[in-house]
Design a protein around this ligand. Structure first.
Ligand code: ADP
Ligand code: MG
Length: 140
């Protein structure tokens, strides 16, 4: 298996509760390495663009409002099969369905305020990394 990269967001519900370190520790313990990281306040336009794939979903407007309700930490993670490793440690979208030991089971408040984002494919990981990071900001 190859070393690849994925894109992660520590969402506003987690930054608000001072869980940046707690979430990052779980990512690192899962074998992922943070090779880029910055804390930002997303604009409405940025959040709408990032979640454009969900623009027809009924929860889209609420999701955008939530994602700009406070700071987020955007990160590039590197590791063996990083997309899957990250999705595995994140757990299911709805924390009620998430397995024990996952980030969402441990920390998420609700299906919306679920503490973390993770890319769902290598192709989307590249698009999402490029959306937030310049190449020189990624130091592997
Ligand atoms: P994931 O983040 O697990 O890849 P999705 O891509 O399906 O999940 O959804 C993107 C984000 O939209 C979720 O992480 C969550 O914050 C929000 N979301 C998804 N489904 C719902 C829902 N039914 N109600 C409210 N928010 C939702
Ligand atoms: Mg998704």
């Amino acid at each position: 298996m190859a070393v690849t990269r994925t894109f992660s967001i520590i969402k506003p519900d987690a930054t608000r509760r001072n869980l940046t370190g707690g979430v990052t520790k779980m990512l690192e313990d899962a074998g992922l390495r943070v090779v880029a990281s910055k804390r930002i306040q997303m604009t409405k336009e940025q959040a709408e663009g990032f979640y454009a794939v969900h623009s027809e979903r009924p929860f889209f407007n609420d999701l955008v409002s939530f994602m700009i309700s406070g700071p987020v930490v955007v990160q590039v993670l590197e590791g063996e099969d990083a997309v899957k490793a990250n999705r595995d440690i994140m757990g299911a979208t709805n924390p009620a369905d998430a397995a024990e030991g996952t980030i969402r089971k441990t920390y998420a408040e609700s299906i919306e305020a679920n503490s973390v984002h993770g890319s769902d494919s290598d192709e989307n990981a590249k698009i999402e990394i490029d959306y937030f990071f310049k190449p020189e900001e990624i130091v592997g």
